[in-house]
Write a protein that binds this ligand. Structure first.
Ligand code: SF4
Length: 448
């Protein structure tokens, strides 16, 4: 059970020295209890208190990192059942399956797709993270050769898939420095796979037949000193696998049941032979509560919607995606270029800036801070109205960059044109299109 603020306070030095950034030890204790402060901020906690507090402050679902460097994937670390309670922390990784029985051409084409299928959206790069290499040949050297090939041609995180410890050891022999996920420890090989995980400091997945066996295996692993664990309940029907995800999350969060307090791995690729159905199953696990989602193949038409779904679910519902307020110069504008203004909702910014680029008309785009609200919502909330826009236009310095002093406002804010002409003497206010798609035609016809 987590400690209360008062219980934590009793373990602190009670000197109120303020070095943690809080005015008192009690205030620091309350923040620790709420998960809003790190234990390391207090330099004076005794070792004994530290170990008690570290156990109590540990997240109910342990974060686990697969891979190294920029492409490393962190999963787990979740603290809520539902996104609206707070937010989901670490988005699941998508893994592409490669078998060691595939020929070179097939492996190459999969690796090409893995590299090419990435997308830019609202300023972020959306792409898959992992390659799962499965031993189907039963031959350790063949497996190691494929792992080596994947490693040479990709910096993605790797999952080594076999239930034979000798084959896993061969894969680790050529990839351990990349901290792959070892899949899987089972009741038959637990000790040997645990030793491999400890020897190479790699995370390990546990596969069981049901949740009871899973709990027993994770308990044995943690007792053996292996803590970076990923759970596979073994279910391969959609209904049972879905139920398992809910029970695992709920047991970890609401019952604080440590043996199931780890991220999960799921296999839509083993639940159907229909690629579209597989994508639908994967989308279910994005929402609830897959940590690693292994797909039989990647195709743009199924991967892109999954990446966008993941982006939507793993953004903070309390903070709209926002762009920084300022002047954005698109296409090298000069003193005769048009000046447009919009809100700082990221999606609005990227649609408007994209359409300006499509128009091939060099343009100044002013982005007004509306706390991440879209134009219409910001206008209705009084954040994109003449009184708010005019001070920004004066302050940002756009008046020194253009000779014409014409400002194009979004069609949805047309009601502000009169107010803006009063607030911005010397500026002519033009009402632009309502929809981003009409911006290119509007700019082509624009005259300074
Ligand atoms: Fe108390 Fe430690 Fe904070 Fe000092 S740094 S006020 S001892 S909690």
């Amino acid at each position: 059970m987590p400690l209360t603020g008062i219980q934590i306070f009793k373990l602190l030095p009670k000197t109120n020295c303020k070095e943690c950034g809080e005015p008192t030890c009690l205030a620091f204790a309350m923040k620790l209890a709420a998960g809003k402060a790190e234990l390391t901020l207090c330099p004076y906690i005794s070792e004994e208190a530290k170990s008690q507090l570290a156990e109590a402050a540990a997240p109910p679902i342990r974060p686990v990192t697969i891979g190294v460097g920029d492409r490393a994937l962190k999963v787990g670390g979740e603290t809520v059942m539902f996104r609206h309670e707070k937010r989901f922390e670490n988005s699941p990784g998508f893994a592409l399956l490669v078998s060691d029985t595939m020929d070179d051409a097939e492996i190459d084409s999969r690796l090409d797709r893995f590299r090419q299928l990435e997308y830019e959206r609202v300023g972020l790069i959306l792409r898959p993270e992992l390659i799962a290499i499965k031993s189907e040949s039963g031959d350790a050297s063949q497996f190691a050769a494929v792992v080596s090939k994947v490693k040479q041609h990709s910096d993605a995180g790797i999952i080594l898939m076999s239930d034979n410890p000798d084959i896993l050891a061969a894969g680790l022999g050529v990839s351990a420095d990349g901290k792959p996920l070892i899949y899987a420890a089972t009741k038959d090989n637990l000790d040997r796979v645990a030793n491999l995980a400890k020897e190479h400091s790699c995370p390990v997945a546990v596969k069981a037949s049901g949740l009871e066996e899973l709990s027993q295996l994770t308990t044995k692993l943690t007792e053996a000193g292996v803590n970076d664990i990923v759970l596979d309940s073994g279910s391969r029907t959609v209904r049972q696998a879905f139920e398992d995800q809910i029970i695992i999350r709920s047991a970890a969060l609401t019952k604080k049941f440590r043996p199931l307090g780890f991220p999960t791995i799921v296999f839509p690729c083993e639940m159907t032979n229909d690629p579209m159905k597989e994508a639908v199953i994967a989308s279910m696990f994005v929402a609830k509560y897959g940590g690693v989602i292994v797909l039989s193949d990647f195709q743009g038409e199924s991967l892109f919607p999954l990446l966008v779904e993941r982006l939507n679910i793993y953004t903070d519902p309390q903070r709209p995606l926002a762009t920084t307020e300022g002047i954005y110069e698109i296409g090298g504008p000069d003193e005769n270029s048009p000046v447009l203004i919009t809100s700082n909702f990221s999606l609005t910014y990227f649609i408007v800036s994209g359409e300006i680029e499509n128009s091939k008309t060099p343009t100044y785009l002013l982005v007004k801070d509306t706390e991440g609200l879209s134009v219409m919502t910001a206008w209705a909330a009084g954040k994109f109205v003449a009184d708010a826009i005019a001070p920004f236009v004066k302050k940002c310095g756009i008046g020194d960059k253009v000779k014409h002093h014409k400002l194009v406002i979004p069609g949805y804010a047309a009601a502000e044109s009169g107010g803006l002409e009063e607030e911005l003497p010397g500026w002519e206010i033009l009402v632009g299109p309502r929809e981003g798609a009409h911006i290119p035609a509007y700019l082509k016809a624009w005259k300074p």
